[in-house]
Write a new protein. Sequence first.
Length: 363
Amino acid sequence: MSRLFLNNVNKVYDDNVQAIYDFNLKISEKEFIVLVGPSGCGKSTILKMIAGIENITDGELYINDKLMNQVQAKKRNVAMVFQSYALYPHMNVYDNIAFGLKYNNLSRNEISQRVHFVSKLLKIDDILDKRADFLSGGQQQRVSIGRAIAKNADILLMDEPLSNLDAKLRIHMRMEIMKLHKRMQTTTIYVTHDQIEAMSMADRMVVMNQGKIQQIGTPMEIYQNPANMFVASFIGIPSINFLKGRKQGGNFVFDGNTIVLDEDGKEKLKKYDGKEVVLGIRPEDVCVVDKNEVLHTSSKIEFYIEHREFLGKETILCGVCGSHYMRVIVDSDDMDRINQVVFLKLNQRKFYFFDIITGETII
């Protein structure tokens, strides 16, 4: 059983630079939690405080209802997988996995059993005699993970473990880590700046920016109901389109375009009449239509295509609508036009509105 609770945690370094602000998170046993956000947002700092590598300035850390603030790192029963692998290059795979176990008063037989168990689990049992500096990147990562799970820790911490691998191997290792978690059921906290990793792996995601939690939820919850403009722009590929305009009566007006709002849009913006707001619409919720097609005026705007990004079955059209840069996803068979003006139809059921001052979602 391994539960974790961070209560009003703050981290301030000696130079008075604050890295973490009022961080609150409850993690249930067996959960796979992903901390995601841009570089420098404080994700790794959270892991280091849980591991005991960094001290907590204010707040409390509990593991299994026990206050851990003053508990030494080696006594927390927490294992960590580092981005750099941190293997001993002159040692073979067996000794790298066994290294930490030798200081836990385990018998030679128990160490051997654990090493062989995790090596078979990770499919590296055939390279136990191979030196770490002769391993491929993927093999080194498996050894690093094996060394961590051999500890039988309550909490497994993973700090951007796949960032040094090529794209194909990253996809494969994502699958391997999820299969490993399903089998081991170890409470896991995984750090990444890659939203694809976060969305494909997490039970719940914690989206961070500038040391603060922006939103906590399942990948589906966060994608469909972003709490603010940062979350909406950070989660989703390609990024959401933002259109800054003004609510006028029952309309949203921007760059000479008028969108007649449906009843849901009118209700959300009823307190914003005459005020500027931001409309968010994801690229997959926009489609190109023929200019002669008869459409309701609420959904047709002009779009100048500047270039395109071919992705195989789909193509991303990139261009401008008035003063706003936009991306639109279309079927590659349907679009082969550049430097042309086309008309866009926006799906109002997929509109997001944001307060232009706070950036918060208007609901």
